[in-house]
Ligand binder design. Structure first.
Ligand code: WT7
Length: 646
């Protein structure tokens, strides 16, 4: 771990600006209604109550959802650190996203407004989404898909991507969505690890005006996997792609004879049955398959959507993430659909064709709640205030941020230019592993720029030292959680030992991998990762993944990747490369190696800086000391080097 962040605890940034909610905001807040029902009118007192009455809180939330059979026990922790929630309950998250709404006015409400990269638009009501999900579920069933089977979804941000996710989960099969920007090797590795039986993809699509050939990439990936039986191809662009006889089938052919009144009942799942696997980077070369289940995950995603975004009947919610990340799973698909809100799905990029594209989307769909990333904000900030000023953003009433620390400057810009100087910003801290938001203000709490503020109800967050002892107010340390919560990952797929590391790095707590400070008022400021995870534009990259890609190139003997602070992206990747004998450093070589990373891992991982070096600092046992490289690079104190092989 990088110790520097942790040991430098005295230099805690003090932020004196504080923004308090208006009385109307508090009065009408969803969280306020629940607090009152429990006899509280103060969040801090309510939070304390929630820590001591965790199961009651989650029982109350879970009861708002539909269960085929109720749970017998809210929480069970007999096999620490593995645990169960809503034990014995029978449930399907998709029933709660769709079927349940067929008996209410939500049925005729728009579920999604969609806008394509080229500006084309489309919308779909809850009923239409229900119909199309059932039809696809039938089609997938006809192809032999059953409960428990794994399906990789490698699609662009079109409504069919959401339909695919819901159809798979409806059948009780397990989806693993792979971000459309990942390269063939990344898709291949995920398919292999999940032993997926099927891939659902598209011919290709345009993002930011550029064509991505998803089917070609899928073909390349699937050629090296032993388990794929069927590839379903959604025709997005009318590209002339090759279709392998007996394996590949077009979505529209699969659905051609399936009528609109087809109903495939939701598979009644055990609360603890797998819903999805989502791969994320850790500190080894192999991405981890984070496992989420139907029951607890649904309760967490639903509750946080309702309380953090304060969803009301007439809201238009827009989460700008990609469905390929956990933010998209929880806050484009599952959370919003369970609350019955209308959402926006956008296929394009923030500044194409112009730097006001996002603001134009927000204006035209009359978005009321916008959830985006610091990278997105910083990226658009640099084009100037005139771009948002062109648009009527008066419908907005709540803003959100996620993925990386938001610097106070970006926070203030966001509030001023997008939030007409009055909107609250929910800076939400969470992770792929946590499934839903953990630390965030709600609409009733005071805000400080750059702080995710306080933990949500029952979330036993603490800032601790190496012995899991609280550091106390005004200090910094490791960000941990002392007690489980419903939407927490259940394990790492095929690798329970790796799951244990989350609970074993620091004694008796869940360690998230982040450092944080807590100020004198109890406001938490997340500082960033202390492991070998690099956060580029809010996306997680493992140092080892980039290094493995580099050493797979014939010219490379050894490589080390570090994250360097970046004004726009939060961090960017710098790599240090030792070439094999017979290869010479050159600009061409650097270019070739960057391209190699692009084609083996994906565009996100491409190093911004590449330095050829004759040697790298290592431990006596031969491990590269990235911490030392990083400290040297940034001119920071190097810290403990007792294991350094000088
Ligand atoms: C890591 C998790 C959770 C959805 C997106 C990322 C960083 C996330 C914040 C925030 C400071 C944040 C942490 C965390 N992070 N949100 N509001 N403030 N840092 O999910 O890819 O699993 O990454 O993102 O470092 O550990 P992820």
């Amino acid at each position: 771990m990088n110790n520097n962040l942790f040991e430098d605890t005295d230099s805690i940034l003090t932020e004196e600006r504080i923004f308090t909610p208006t009385p109307e905001m508090v009065e009408n807040a969803n969280i306020n209604a629940y607090m009152k029902s429990k006899g509280f009118d103060d969040y801090e007192a309510f939070y304390k109550w929630s820590l001591a009455n965790r199961d009651e809180y989650w029982d109350d939330q879970a009861k708002e959802l539909h269960w085929f059979e109720p749970w017998q026990k809210t929480f069970e922790w007999t096999d620490k650190p593995f645990f169960k929630w809503f034990v014995g309950g029978k449930f399907n998250i998709v029933y709660n996203c769709l079927d349940r709404h067929m008996e209410t006015p939500v049925r005729n409400k728009v579920a999604f407004y969609w806008e394509a990269d080229n500006g084309e638009t489309r919308s779909m009501t809850y009923e239409q989404l229900y119909v199309e999900t059932n039809r696809l579920a039938k089609g997938l069933q006809n192809l032999g898909l059953k409960k428990g089977d794994r399906v990789a979804i490698y699609m662009p941000a079109v409504l069919e991507q959401i339909i695919a996710v819901l159809a798979v989960a409806r059948l009780g099969a397990v989806h693993t969505v792979v971000f459309g920007g990942f390269a063939a090797n990344a898709l291949r590795d995920r398919i292999i690890d999940a032993q997926a039986k099927m891939v659902i993809t598209a011919d290709g699509n345009h993002r930011g005006g550029k064509l991505i050939q998803l089917k070609n990439i899928t073909d390349e990936a699937v050629a090296e996997t032993p388990t794929i039986e069927k590839v379903v191809v959604y025709n997005r662009e009318g590209l002339d792609v090759s279709m392998k006889e007996g394996r590949d089938i077009y979505w529209h052919d699969l659905l051609a004879d399936i009528p609109a009144d087809t109903v495939v009942p939701c598979e009644p799942m055990d609360s603890e049955d797998l819903l999805y696997i989502l791969y994320t980077s850790g500190s080894t070369g192999k991405p981890k398959g984070v496992v989420h289940v139907h029951g607890g995950y649904a309760v967490g995603a639903y509750t946080t959507t309702k309380f953090v975004f304060d969803i009301k009947d007439n809201d238009i919610f827009w989460c700008t993430a990609d469905v390929g990340w956990v933010t998209g799973h929880s806050y484009i698909i599952y959370g919003p659909l369970m609350t019955g809100v209308t959402s926006v799905l956008f296929e394009g990029t923030p500044a194409y064709p112009n730097p006001d594209r996002w603001w134009s989307v927000a204006e035209r769909f009359k978005v009321t709640i916008l959830y985006t990333s610091p990278t997105g904000i910083r990226g658009l900030m640099r084009f100037g205030e005139e771009w948002p000023a062109k648009h009527d953003l008066s419908h907005l009433r709540l803003l959100g941020s996620v993925g990386e620390p938001i610097n106070p400057e970006a926070w203030m810009w966001y509030r001023h230019n997008i939030g007409h100087d009055e909107l609250p910003i929910m800076d939400t801290w969470w992770q792929t592993e946590t499934g839903s938001i953990m630390i965030s203000p709600t609409i009733i709490q005071p805000l400080k720029p750059g702080s995710a503020t306080r933990p949500l109800p029952t979330i036993a967050v603490d800032i601790v030292d190496r012995n899991s002892k609280s550091v106390g107010l005004g200090k910094g340390g490791f960000l941990v959680v002392r007690q489980p919560w419903p939407s927490q990952m259940r394990t790492i797929y095929n690798d329970p030992a790796r799951y244990l590391t989350y609970w074993e790095t620091l004694p008796d707590v869940y360690f998230a991998g982040d450092a944080a400070t807590i100020d004198k008022d109890g406001f938490i400021r997340v500082q960033g990762r202390v492991d070998d995870v690099i956060k580029v534009s809010g996306h997680r990259l493992g140092s080892m993944e980039i290094e493995s890609s580099l050493v797979s190139h014939p010219a490379v003997a050894e490589a080390a990747a570090i994250g360097k602070p970046d004004e726009l992206k939060g961090e960017h990747v710098k790599v240090f490369v030792i070439l094999k004998n017979g290869f010479e450093p050159s600009d061409e070589m650097a270019k070739e190696l960057k391209l190699h990373v692009r084609t083996t891992v994906g565009a996100l991982a491409v190093p911004e800086e590449l330095e050829f070096t004759p040697s790298l600092p290592k431990t006596r046992s031969g491990k590269i000391m990235r911490r030392v490289i990083r400290a040297r690079e940034l001119g920071e104190p190097i810290g403990d080097t007792s294991t350094l092989d000088a």
